[in-house]
Design a protein around this ligand. Structure first.
Ligand code: ATP
Length: 234
């Protein structure tokens, strides 16, 4: 579905990605884990075309992403949920959700998608008239994911969905991601919560200082000695 080959990227003179190879197959949850500054978010930004690679190949369902503007990438079904809570604080929950379905071809599915995300996140239904900015951190994170789902993603790119959440909500958000995947959405998940993300991932990539240093099945990497030492404090 998504294939990245030899991706190189620099912010000005600062090179941050080195020959990154990564693949996501239809139906998978794939996670990219690594320490702060490893280049995880930058990899996502290259996929969703928020930045332009120095070199390398990026294809989605056989189409060359590197030639498309970011709105065309979204129309293909590659939808990024940004890190943090970049929702619209002055809009209600419902208005935020509607903003997610301005992508070409998704408007006709708006009502069905609203029902879908309310089913996934009952709290959003209860709070549909509340202003986004007054929702709690966890609720805003849910709203950001729900807004992404309104755009009919085939591949959902999630950047640190567990950041800043309480332990109970962290577990909850990973369960929800698994649920979304079971409903047919392929997922590429960038996370610092290495344990939880490997636990739900079919496959995973470990990044260190801009390079992929390890790849394998989620469970396989949970059992890997380097991963245990470097990320799981074991
Ligand atoms: P984190 O988990 O902390 O978000 P990350 O693995 O997602 O880290 P990136 O955000 O991709 O890492 O950052 C990779 C490197 O690029 C870091 O050294 C960071 O300081 C640098 N960087 C990120 N954004 C910019 C920018 N807009 N301009 C310059 N350098 C940047």
């Amino acid at each position: 579905m998504l294939r990245i080959e030899k991706l190189n990227f620099s912010y000005g003179d600062l090179k941050v990605l080195w020959d990154v190879d990564l693949e996501v197959k239809e139906g998978e949850i794939v996670t990219v884990v690594g320490a702060n500054g490893a280049g995880k978010s930058t990899t996502l930004k290259n996929i969703s075309r928020l930045v332009k690679p120095d070199s390398g190949a990026l294809t989605f369902d056989g189409q060359d992403l590197s030639r498309l503007p970011s709105h065309r990438v979204v129309e293909l079904g590659v939808v990024q949920v940004p890190e943090g809570r970049r929702i619209f604080p002055e809009m209600t929950v419902m208005e935020n959700l509607r903003m997610g379905s301005y992508v070409k071809g998704t408007r006709k599915d708006r009502e069905r998608n609203v029902e879908w995300v309310f089913d996934l996140f009952p709290r959003l239904q209860e709070r549909q008239k509340q202003l986004g900015g007054t929702m709690s951190g966890g609720e805003q994170q849910m709203l950001a994911i729900a807004r992404g789902l309104m755009a009919n993603p085939k591949l959902l790119l999630l950047d640190e969905p567990s950041l800043g959440l309480s332990p109970l909500l962290v577990k909850n958000i990973f369960d929800i991601i698994t649920g979304i995947n079971r409903q047919g959405v392929t997922i590429l998940l960038v996370e610092q919560n290495v344990y939880q993300s490997l636990r739900i991932a079919h496959r995973a990539y470990v990044m260190e200082t801009g390079r992929v240093v390890l790849t394998g099945g989620g469970q396989e990497l949970l059992d890997n000695e380097h991963v245990k030492k470097a990320f799981l404090g074991m």
